[in-house]
Write a new protein. Structure first.
Length: 111
């Protein structure tokens, strides 16, 4: 993942912040937004890609209950867990498919 920098926010309210991810785009932005938006303590979550020529992602979180940085960390951790689960499930299904294919091949050789 690219570097992260906090950009802007009302200094008196730690619940509203915009973070900039360098070298990231819609893949991270949309996935992370989908997860963070579902948290009950989030009032607003969104992202923008300021310009196609710049490889930056602006990610905005607003909450009146929690600090934006804490919400961002939780979202990234939940996204990582989801990706890990996806990889494990995919690899298990590939193995099951290949094992099934081997059984069918060995059965057809016996006939």
């Amino acid at each position: 993942m690219g570097a992260l920098a906090e950009v802007a926010g009302d200094e008196s309210n730690e619940g509203s912040r915009t973070f900039v991810f360098q070298d990231e785009g819609h893949t991270l932005g949309n996935s992370l937004k989908t997860i963070v938006t579902r948290y009950p303590d989030v009032d607003f979550c969104g992202y923008t890609i300021p310009h196609p020529a710049e490889n930056k992602l602006h990610f905005r979180i607003q909450s009146n209950q929690s600090r934006a940085i804490d919400i961002l960390k939780r979202g990234l951790e939940d996204l990582e867990k989801l990706c890990d689960h996806t990889i494990i499930t995919f690899e298990a299904e590939i193995k099951a498919f290949n094992d099934k294919d081997k059984i069918q091949i060995s059965l057809s050789k016996k006939e």
